[in-house]
Design a protein around this ligand. Structure first.
Ligand code: 5GP
Ligand code: ZN
Length: 109
């Protein structure tokens, strides 16, 4: 499958990983739109929120908690969690991901 995020997960394309467990990986966005711009990505290839199923609800919850953990670690007072859905919704990579965005970096990234 020609999916850039699957390739990052397999280590075939380099990325600056900031979190990695058996189900989820997080890495810095290659083209950051804020001081902190991290992508939280499930290792399971799910195309988008449109393709989330009942069986994925625990995984989706863990992705949110991962965003919270990464924000907490960085002492972020405020941040955004953005999910683009579908081409019309600004989604360019067809592998589900949450954007964690903040300009409120109190600690060096
Ligand atoms: P989308 O528009 O699909 O919600 O967001 C895709 C994001 O993935 C963009 O912010 C883009 O900069 C990022 N991105 C695309 N290709 C790569 C890559 O090869 N490495 C990393 N680290 N980020 C990427
Ligand atoms: Zn994928």
């Amino acid at each position: 499958m020609d999916c850039i995020f699957c390739k990052i997960i397999k280590g075939e394309i380099p990325a600056t990983k900031v979190y990695d467990n058996e189900k989820i990986v997080a890495f810095n966005d290659i083209n950051p739109k804020a001081n902190i711009h991290i992508l939280i990505v499930p290792k399971k290839h799910i195309e988008s929120i449109k393709h989330l199923e009942e069986i994925d609800k625990e995984l989706a919850g863990e992705m949110l908690l991962t965003a919270q953990k990464l924000a907490k670690e960085r002492n972020l007072e405020g941040y955004k969690i953005v999910i683009n859905v579908g081409r019309e919704g600004g989604q360019l990579v067809d592998h589900l991901h949450f954007h964690l965005l903040s300009s409120d970096a109190k600690t060096p990234v």
